[in-house]
Design a protein around this ligand. Structure first.
Ligand SMILES: O=C(O)C1=C[C@@H](OP(=O)(O)O)[C@@H](O)[C@H](O)C1
Ligand SMILES: C=C(OP(=O)(O)O)C(=O)O
Length: 430
């Protein structure tokens, strides 16, 4: 057990360049997809180097509640599918992947499944998936958390239209379970552009690894925003989970703000993870970036430049990128990210308030932020129960303030959503 931290936490300030080589925990997005598919696959499988954090344990708990056998005792998790039967309650916590990916699976079972989660989760969008399930023949009660559904042992499936402009997870959720629906699933998006497309690519890629037939070529034939999953078996496949590249953001950001050098081990040469975009973003901000057999190394050059960036595809990187922009010597404009107001908190409002309270020059727009150079000072950085706000806070704390005027990060423990014991690990680097 790690000792409880002071709250608010006096996050360490870098007194010189920070040099470190780190091994990061597994990807939340990959772990939770692998668990879902393992639970409805044709036989048992192993999820190696699974992320052990609140979101992945909630996913394991949810699938176990539906009947799957999941052994999370070791580093490698064994999953044994079972007929999904009986009444169950599912705690989704603050995990978008649990709230969105589990209902389409629960619909395959027999029994009443009730969903609830953290207070803020009741504000996060889910209505589109519940409406889609209803249209596909599932008995669903409610339009937001808490909600329930009653499975009848089969889902007819077929064609369904969703507005996934609020979250790519609406599409991923339906695709993940779709091969088990009688007619498969044909998902069409209608609305403003879908954010976080690499996450849908990740879903398609892992489905194909399980032998599921997914047609996205329809998109290339002039039908954008359409994904078709054929009904059929889901092969049992063992997965080894890549490190979480989005969670690499504060570590690489630390190199940038301290003028040091941080290597994240096992950075994949090819990946669908949104965090891979950090390579280009940090290079644009003036860092040296090198991918080698050892991993990804980012070296701060002493110069941190602002950026013009459309983060629509990689919105989850916004909090740390915005923190870096607040410390940059030239202006920045981050756009295309209105949807992150529906993340763990309204991230645009939270970043504008918290960075602004430390002296940053931030303007909030409907779909982004403008940040101009300013001198920041110490104070308390609130996190709104959002792990990535805490990541932004510790990066600012590393670069700003003084012994008499430090940056304190409130509820840094919220990082446990995707990184167990983040704060002691972070502190060990200084
Ligand atoms: O499918 C996933 O694993 C995710 C999709 C994205 O959600 P949105 O499309 O809601 O941004 C991303 O931000 C989230 O962290 C994880
Ligand atoms: C948006 C995020 O999480 P979730 O999976 O809960 O949607 C995130 O981790 O940045």
């Amino acid at each position: 057990m790690t000792a409880p931290l002071d709250d608010p936490w006096p996050a360490p300030r870098a007194r010189g360049p920070v040099d470190a080589v780190v091994t990061l925990p597994g990807s939340k997005s990959l772990t939770n997809r692998a668990l879902v598919l393992a639970a409805i696959a044709d036989g048992p499988s192993v999820v190696r180097r699974a992320l052990r954090s609140r979101d992945s344990l909630l996913m394991a708990g949810a699938l176990s509640a539906l009947g799957a056998g999941i052994d999370t005792s070791g580093e490698d998790w064994t999953v044994t599918p079972a007929r999904l039967a009986g009444d169950a309650t599912v705690d989704v916590g603050l995990a978008g992947t649990v709230m969105r990916f589990v209902p389409p699976v629960a619909a395959l079972g027999t029994g009443l499944v009730s969903f609830d989660g953290d207070a803020h989760m009741r504000q996060r969008p889910i209505g589109e998936i519940l409406a889609a399930l209803r249209a596909l023949g599932v008995d669903v009660e409610g339009d937001a958390l808490p909600f329930s559904l009653r499975g009848s042992g089969a889902v007819p499936g077929g064609m369904v239209t969703v507005d996934a402009s609020g979250s790519s997870q609406f599409v991923s959720a339906l695709l993940l379970a779709g091969a088990r629906y009688d007619a498969g699933i044909d998902v069409r998006h209608a609305g403003e552009p879908v954010p976080s497309l690499p996450h849908i690519d990740m879903t398609v890629e892992i489905l194909r690894a399980h032998g599921v037939v997914v047609d996205t070529a329809l998109n290339d034939r002039g039908e954008p925003d359409r994904w078709v999953v054929a009904p059929g078996p889901i092969k049992a496949v063992d997965h080894t989970i890549e490190p979480d590249l989005s969670n690499a953001a504060p570590f690489l950001g630390l190199a940038a703000v301290s003028g040091g050098s941080v290597t994240v081990r096992d950075w994949p040469l090819r990946t669908t993870q949104a965090g891979d975009a950090l390579r280009g973003l940090l290079e644009q901000m003036g860092c040296r970036v090198a991918l080698s057999d050892e991993g990804l190394t980012v070296t701060g050059t002493g110069e941190l430049l602002g950026i013009e960036a459309d983060l629509h595809d990689v919105g989850e990187l916004t909090p740390v990128v915005a923190a870096l922009c607040a410390l940059a010597t030239t202006p920045s404009h981050l756009r295309g990210i209105g949807h992150i107001r529906g993340h763990e908190t309204d991230r645009l409002a939270a970043l504008a308030t918290e960075l602004g309270d430390l002296g940053a020059d931030v303007t909030e727009h409907a779909d982004g932020l403008t940040l101009r150079p300013a001198t920041l000072h110490g104070g308390t950085f609130h996190t709104y129960a959002d792990h990535r706000m805490a990541h932004a806070g510790v990066v600012v704390a590393a670069a700003v303030g003084s012994d008499d005027d430090p940056v304190l990060v409130e509820n840094v423990a919220t990082t446990s959503k995707t990184f167990t014991d983040f704060a002691p690990f972070w502190a060990s680097l200084f």
